[in-house]
Design a protein around this ligand. Structure first.
Ligand code: MSP
Length: 504
């Protein structure tokens, strides 16, 4: 069985989860669900990043023990993923023993392989980013992302010999052995690699909340260095049982926004090369969205709580609304005040209305039963349309937006055909055969639509397929069967029931 390992970044627990976190995690869930439908063995990892000065500071402010604070905030992420129907396979927290053990082993390997040396670090440090900044990166002396002046840090540190590995990383990226997507991001990354990079510091003397460097417990491991290792510690790296690691690593897709691409596509592969571990197959950096033109960040205070959207629109619609705003992989602006309009246009009046229209007609004109199948030119054309959609394999290429557009075209065409065929007139004229021919085809297209929306809106998909009477029969089947044409069964009872998406 083909395996598919997909990861999201692990999110900082210094604050509540926001819409940016939901965007990546829902996208990963969509891809994971799709790959499960394909029949692959999917492992989907998400989790929380809990060490470092930023988290320690937030805990102190809340007058809480760091670990208690992490427990609380990590659970908020978990609760949100439950509310958003995110079906992860594992959830890693960097304060867990399994992570600490794995990281300790990894750092020892780097030391043994002579990839780490002792040195002194002086520089400007932004706690918001948890990274060193150069003078060039500052705007008016401040970190442009966090609007605060960086601190001057000077301390003894351990360094990783990035310079020794950057040529190899460059080759892997150039030859797509590490596929960096989209192409624009790959280009930027190669630009960085061509400029040449400095060795980077992997420890902190002044930070207390972290995992001690095994060969110098007076220092903790730089939070980014240990965080990226979650992708293998969660699979059991460094434990007695590395079965999962053998099975699922290297990751097929590591998903994130472009803000953290350098850590993932340069530092992380370089560390893996040094340790003699395989590098990930693909790193996909989606765009960053702004809210009314401004970067959304915890530090800037213009943050949207995804829970509020779920309260208003429900889980499925929130998932859909998040991913349907702009092409996945590009930057975009999120206009949350337009969500209601879009919900009504694409869900209530879109897929929801289409389903009720067809099911209503089947109840009215065919006693609520799937009519007999009568192949004809018009209905065969539908077979080709849905086949074309599936054959594009959009979601195997992370073309989330294109997938949504393609399914919207299917819906629009069906709407137009209903207007053109005017089934109500066929019924009046007694042209029952022709009427049934179309009703059968439309029901079958609805079945395909049900599976098309499933990765995005699992609940609505289940409801739609249950209305068509196919869900119980099909739920354990896989892609090749589900996407065949002509599986709706004549004589089966359909049930219009309640609206899939009540108008708001
Ligand atoms: N803890 C690190 C990641 C370590 S991974 C080994 C971190 N955490 S974070 O909480 O800041 O999350 C950053 C990620 O959140 C982004 O890469 C992206 O996945 C998501 N997003 C946060 N804001 C976002 C937008 N405004 N737009 C799109 N994605 C956003 O960095």
């Amino acid at each position: 069985m083909k395996k598919f390992y997909i990861t999201t970044p692990i999110y900082y627990v210094n604050d509540q989860p926001h819409l940016g976190h939901a965007y990546t995690t829902v996208a990963a869930d969509v891809l994971a669900r799709y790959h499960r439908l394909l029949g692959e063995e999917v492992w989907f990892l998400t989790g929380t990043d809990e060490h470092g000065s930023k988290v320690a500071e937030a805990a102190e402010k809340a007058k809480m023990e760091p670990l208690k604070f992490c427990d609380l905030y990590s659970s908020k992420y978990k609760m949100l993923w439950d509310r958003l129907s995110v079906e992860y396979s594992d959830y890693i927290r960097t304060t867990e023993e399994r992570h600490i053990d794995g990281v300790t082993k990894f750092m020892n390997i780097l030391k043994e392989k002579d990839a780490i040396y002792e040195g002194k670090y002086e520089g400007l440090y932004c706690r918001g980013c948890e990274k060193f900044l150069t003078e060039k990166e500052l705007v008016d002396g401040k970190c442009p992302d966090h609007q605060r002046e960086p601190e001057h840090l000077s301390e003894k540190n351990y360094f990783f010999k990035l310079k020794d590995y950057q040529e190899n990383v460059k080759k892997l990226v150039e030859t797509n052995e590490i596929l960096v997507e989209p192409a624009r991001i790959k280009k930027e990354l190669l630009g960085l690699l061509n400029q040449g990079l400095e060795d980077f510091s992997v420890s902190r003397e002044s930070v207390k909340w972290g995992i001690p460097i095994p060969f110098n417990p007076g220092q903790v491991i730089y939070v980014w260095v240990e965080a990226v290792q979650n992708y293998i510690t969660a699979l059991g790296f460094g434990s007695k049982d590395e079965k999962k690691l053998k099975k699922f690593w290297p990751a097929n897709v590591q998903l994130m926004a472009k803000d953290i691409i350098k850590f993932h596509a340069i530092y992380w592969p370089a560390m893996l090369l040094a340790a003699g571990i395989d590098v990930p197959r693909e790193i996909f950096a989606h765009g960053f969205f702004t809210i009314d033109g401004q970067k959304m960040s915890k530090s800037l205070g213009n943050v949207i709580d995804p829970n509020d959207l779920i309260d208003k629109f429900g889980c499925d619609a929130t998932r859909y609304l998040l991913l349907s705003q702009f092409p996945f992989g590009q930057d975009g602006d999120l206009k949350v005040d337009k969500f209601k309009e879009q919900y009504n246009a694409y869900l209530a009046n879109g897929v929801g209305n289409l389903a009720s229209r067809v099911l209503n007609m089947v109840e009215k004109y065919n006693d609520g039963k799937v009519p007999k199948r009568q192949p004809s030119e018009a209905t065969d054309a539908w077979a080709n349309i849905v086949k074309a959609h599936w054959e594009e394999k959009f979601l195997e290429k992370e073309k989330i937006f294109e997938y949504l557009e393609s399914w919207a075209r299917v819906m629009k065409r069906m709407d137009e055909e209903i207007e053109q065929i005017k089934p109500w007139e066929l019924a009046k004229k007694g042209e029952q055969e022709k009427l049934e021919r179309y009703l059968w085809a439309w029901l079958e297209v609805l079945r395909h639509l049900g599976w098309m929306i499933y990765p995005f809106m699992p609940d609505a998909a289940k409801k739609l397929l249950s209305k068509l009477g196919t869900y119980e029969r099909e739920k354990s089947e896989r892609f090749t069967q589900l996407t065949e044409w002509g599986r709706i069964k004549p004589g089966d009872k359909v049930n219009k029931g309640e609206a899939l998406f009540p108008r708001i």
